[in-house]
Design a protein around this ligand. Sequence first.
Ligand code: PGA
Length: 253
Amino acid sequence: MFSKKVPRALVAGNWKMNGTTASLAELRLLATMLEGVELDCDVMICPPASLLTAAHKLTRGSIIRLGGQDCHPEPHGAHTGDIAAEMLKDAGASAVIVGHSERRITYQEGDGLVRAKAQAGHRAGLMAIICIGETLEERQQGQTMRIIAAQVKGSVPEKATGANTVIAYEPVWAIGTGLTPSPPEVGSVHSHIREKLSGLIGEHAHAVPILYGGSVKPSNAGELMAIDNVNGALVGGASLRAADFIGIIKAYS
Ligand code: PGA
């Protein structure tokens, strides 16, 4: 549909705190829909940690990769309720989302902690999907570019490369609301992210995929993917049903 992009695009679904074993039927359906299909993008599902092992079994032989939704910076220890990056890897994940705004806001996770979690992901051999994004108030005050620059600087490890890191730009006000920034707005933030990454990690910056996230659906995915420096999508609600998610994947490949 669109010319091949560099870096290779990634369409990742974040199931958030949704899904029991019954929901694996959607994953099975997605795997079936993708059988034998040639794609120009990678596909990932980040289910709740409780489903990772079963999801791993189910997606063996499929192009679907798996990710965790968060991790603790330490590899093990007395951290009740937390999960280590090494545990996610052991359960079949190849990536971990860190710094999602739902964690930054609900648990006051700052850039330093997000960076430590990304480093934990790297230590465990996982790709870190580092989320950044401004709130509605910050956008209205004209602070978007400053906030994004600070989050890149504070959250991205210096050893980030295209092989171990993905950035997801997710305006907080666009998540789960049906609202999205205009294509020129998305484009200007993504090129700003690329520029700030260059300042931080030099030539590696060009190989780091920058995903857009926030109310991505089959009907707007094509328009978003056509924007410069948009290398895929991080999808919440529309990743829960295989029929919706496949529509997004097709727009990106
Ligand atoms: P949404 O969520 O697609 O439901 O807006 C995106 C996200 O939080 O990653």
